[in-house]
Design a protein around this ligand. Structure first.
Ligand code: FE2
Length: 386
C-alpha cells in the first residue's frame, strides 16, 4: 500500500501509488438492475433489505418504453428497471441473463473527460456524453462497456438539484419499512471467463487507471472440490474496489463456472454493502426473510480467537452471537472484519449480496474463503451444479 498523497486538483485523497489521475472518481453513483418486474423487485428490496422509496420514472412521467424505481439507503442508490414492451434491449438483457446488474454508475466531476480519457485508452463506448435537463438543472452522463454486457456510466451531477436524474420524480409511497443499517457499497465483484482475469485486470489498469492491490491464486482459494482466482482492483482514492474472479480447475465445478453457466456471460457476482453494526443488520435481514449461506462447522468458531491474533482483545462482538447469526470473522495486519453472504437473490444462481463490517481490516476475508466456498458447494450440490 502506498503513502498518502493529496490530489490538489480534485481534493481527493490518493492512497494507492501507481493509480492514474486521468479518471478521478468521487464514489459509486448508483447501481442499475435490469429486471423482469421492477415493481415487485422494488417491493422486495424495500421489505427485505430496508431500502427507501426515492425516485420514479415511467408511464406517469411520460416515459413510454421502460419503468425505473430508485431506492435509497444511506449512500446506496439502487435503480430497478423493466421494459414495457417486448422490443427492448432491457427485455433482451433479462431474457439472456435473468435479473442482474446492468450499470455500475460512477460519480465524476466531468463525464465528458471521463468518457474521452477511457475511450482513448481502449474502452468500448456505450453512450456518448449526453446532457439531460429538467426544471432542476442538468446532468451529463456517458457510458463504456466493461466485462460481459455490464456498463460503467459516468455521472456528472454538479449542476443538478433534483431528486435523482432529469425525468425522475420523487417517489412517494405509503409503504416504508425501516432501514436495516446498510451504509455504502464496499466493493462489487465481477466474474469473468476462463483465463480472462488478467485481461480485465489490465483493462482496469490501462483504461480506468486502477491498481491491483491484492491477489489470490487457486492455491489460496480452493476447497477439496473447486478453486478460483481473484485480483482486487482499486481506483486511486480507494473508494471504488472491483475484485475480478475467474474459475480455476478443480475436481468439480467451481461456483464461478456455475455463475457463468447461468448468467451466460461475465457479470456482477456480488455487491458487498457496509454496515457499522453487522449483528443488528443481519438479525433484522433474517427476520425479513433474507436467506444467508449456511454456517461453517463448530471448529470454525472455535478457531476465531487464534485467527484474530493480535486483534483478539479489540473484538467486542460475542462469538456465540456471531455463530448464531452465521457471521464470519477474518483478520489482517490492520484489524479484523465481520462478513456474511446471502444466497443468490434470484432463481438463477447468479447475483448475491455480502454484508461487511470493517474493524480496521482492509482485506476481503481471505481467511474465510475455504469455509465460505464449502458452504457454497453444499448449495451447489443441492442444485446439481457442483
Ligand atoms: Fe466480497
Amino acid at each position: 500500500m502506498g503513502k498518502e498523497v493529496k490530489s490538489v486538483e480534485y481534493g481527493l485523497e490518493k492512497i494507492f501509488e501507481g493509480a492514474q489521475d486521468f479518471l478521478p472518481l468521487l464514489g459509486t453513483d448508483y447501481v442499475e438492475f435490469y429486471v423482469g418486474n421492477a415493481k415487485q423487485a422494488a417491493h422486495f428490496y424495500k421489505t427485505a433489505f430496508g431500502f427507501q422509496s426515492h425516485a420514479y420514472s415511467g408511464l406517469e412521467t411520460g416515459v413510454k418504453d421502460k419503468v425505473s424505481y430508485v431506492l435509497k439507503q444511506d449512500k446506496i442508490r439502487l435503480v430497478l428497471t423493466t421494459a414495457l414492451k417486448s422490443d427492448s434491449p432491457i427485455g433482451d438483457h433479462v431474457k439472456k441473463h435473468g435479473d442482474g446488474v446492468k450499470v455500475i454508475a460512477l460519480w465524476v466531476e466531468d463525464a465528458r473527460s471521463a468518457f474521452e480519457e477511457t475511450v482513448k485508452r481502449g474502452a468500448k463506448p456505450y453512450m456518448e456524453p449526453t446532457v439531460e435537463k429538467d426544471e432542476n438543472g442538468e446532468t451529463v452522463r456517458a457510458g463504456i462497456y466493461t466485462y460481459g454486457e455490464t456498463i460503467h456510466m459516468f455521472v456528472e451531477r454538479k449542476n443538478y438539484q433534483g431528486v435523482f436524474l432529469p425525468g425522475f420524480v420523487k417517489w412517494e409511497s405509503d409503504y416504508n419499512p425501516a432501514p436495516v443499517g446498510l451504509k455504502f457499497i464496499d466493493h462489487m465483484v465481477g466474474n469473468v471467463g476462463w483465463g480472462e482475469m488478467n485481461t480485465w485486470v489490465k483493462w482496469y489498469e490501462d483504461v480506468m487507471g486502477f491498481v491491483n492491490f491484492l491477489s489470490f491464486d487457486d492455491k489460496q482459494i480452493h476447497t477439496e472440490y473447486s478453486a478460483l482466482m481473484s485480483k482486487v482492483m482499486s481506483n486511486g482514492n480507494g473508494r471504488i474496489k472491483f475484485p475480478i474472479n475467474e474459475p480455476a480447475k478443480g475436481k468439480k465445478k467451481s461456483q464461478i463456472e456455475e455463475y457463468l453457466d447461468f448468467y451466460e456471460t461475465p457479470g456482477v457476482q456480488h455487491i458487498a454493502i457496509a454496515t457499522d453494526d453487522i449483528i443488528k443488520t443481519v438479525a433484522e435481514l433474517k427476520k425479513r426473510g433474507i436467506e444467508f449461506l449456511p454456517p461453517p462447522p463448530q471448529a470454525y468458531y472455535d478457531e476465531i480467537p487464534a485467527r484474530l491474533g493480535k486483534h483478539r482483545d479489540m473484538m467486542k462482538e460475542d462469538i456465540k452471537k456471531l455463530q448464531e447469526l452465521c457471521i464470519l470473522v477474518d483478520a489482517d495486519e490492520e484489524g479484523y472484519l465481520l462478513q456474511i453472504f446471502t444466497k443468490p437473490v434470484e432463481d438463477r444462481p447468479t447475483l448475491f449480496f455480502e454484508i461487511i463490517q470493517r474493524m480496521g481490516a482492509k482485506g476481503f476475508g481471505a481467511g474465510n474463503f475455504k469455509a465460505l466456498f464449502e458452504s457454497i458447494e453444499r448449495e451447489q450440490a443441492k442444485r446439481g451444479t457442483l
